[in-house]
Design a protein around this ligand. Sequence first.
Ligand code: C2O
Ligand code: CU
Length: 602
Amino acid sequence: PAKVNMTWDVEYILWAPDCQQRVMVGINGRFPGPTITARAGDVVRVTVNNKLHTEGLVIHWHGMRQVGTPWADGTASISQCAINPGDSFTYEFVADKPGTFFYHGHFGMQRAAGLYGSLIVNATAAQDEPYRRDYDGGELNVLLSDWYHENVYAQAAGLERKDKHFEWIGEPQTILINGRGQHECMLGKVTRYHRGIDRYAKTCVRGKEAKLCRDEERCLRRSECGPYCPESQCAPVVFDVEPGKTYRLRIASTTTLSALNLQVQGHELTVVEADGNPVEPFKVTDIDIYSGESYSVLLTTNQKPTFYRPGAFWITVGVRGRHPKTLPATAVLRYTNSKFDWPGSAPPQTPAWDDIDHSKSFTYRIKALKNNATTKTRPPTSAAVNRTIVMLNTQTMVGGHVRWAINNVSLALPATPYLGAYHYGLQGSAFDAAGEAPDGVPEGYNVSRPPGENEGYAARLSDRVYELPHGALVDVVLQNADMMREKASETHPWHLHGHDFWVLGYGEGRYDAGKDMARLNMDDPPLRNTVVVLPHGWTALRFVADNTGAWAFHCHIEPHLHMGMGAVFVEGVEKMRELKVPREAMMCGVISTSAAVVTPAA
Ligand code: C2O
Ligand code: CU
């Protein structure tokens, strides 16, 4: 197989992704990190030099299954020790299948500091994509994220404060498209030029921002370098396309918090891929995308130029599901025959943030591509399920701290990586191995009431895992519940490392195996690595635990994971000893002092 070799210096950089300069974690002096482009089956080899001076780091390859290389999964405390400042570590793994992926830091809240980039795996003759011949125009890469002006240390410190001093990170300042965005009103200049300012201002969520949009002078004074300065790091992305062709947009989201909605003015989108898996194509005017997800959509450049759309169109990305305080992000799709650089009208508005039916109808339409030879689309039948784990998602207090818990357990990661602990047979001393994490929602738990009103419910911190025998067929039901705040329930995108899973179905209220099992989709459930559990609802998924390793399963909202919203699956315990694991990746926690490891028997 071909090799894709890269060497990265990860370091602090000064960068202005939304026109305001901040410190970020960059790769080779830039943000976002370099795009990795591989072909299916290639070996990707990335040497990471940690030049952060004061903090460790790891890089996770989101969507790569790491079959046979669980040590390369890049999750601190789970698959390896963090790479120390000044040290280097080389990841080597197979880009096992074509699709749209990304990579990111997976230690502390480093992803939110800007440590991420795109990972594109192209099809080969041997591993083809069913839609590869359906576009003749080429591909456009669209990596979405959100950005906070507060640095991640302040964010983490606020989340860890006790009791009433708890400080939530709030909404992001800016949505970024390929690492570029405009804080507040920067694009006001463009839209005013084209007379669209008033309508655009209405898409500003707060009066204050709307005013700023009209006050260009003030805008420019507030920015260190406006989006139109030469060399600007925050200039909107412009995608140049030829008219009369079909393009593939590869869209991925690595937001800290925000659920997003993307649309391209005047153009229909045909969804063909989700998380590297072909889906039954369907047409939409806009797509929802949660943190951790990726999609490919096909777009045909079939619009005739008009006065207001002289061949240039807005791509708009707005916030869903939370009362937005962040302006929509914009980029431009520009036909090569366009007379103007910018669209002549205001950017289209994103669907109302609280139109949950709109989100549901999009999410529920995603089905596996039928009659597709390249993937097994059907899961084994329910009769074959070895274990069902119902995971109650609650926000609750633990020792005066606001935490998220799964079946009363709030994940607190140990000093010794699980993979190393099992590999060296040290699990007894590395973490709380006494008993497993609980499999189900406590009997009488009322998911429509806050945890405080559920008698006898008390969450605790733990580093326990779920041990799964090699090859077990596992069902997981994510059960949402009310938060501490009355009547409120949040959206959580759950991501599983090391696997794709079948999304068997969604429902409202409390999952009831007796009646809900029969309603699950056994016919064409989509394969994914990230799935959303919607407010006051549940989501059911199924996977085969056939990948020896220790795999994180967690909410992809960065502060939620930081507050304990995750679990760890350990698969193939009996095979862990035989794994080839680089020693230097495991020299921390109890492993670094274990005589058996440090001085192996002759
Ligand atoms: Cu992209 Cu564990 O996450
Ligand atoms: Cu969450």
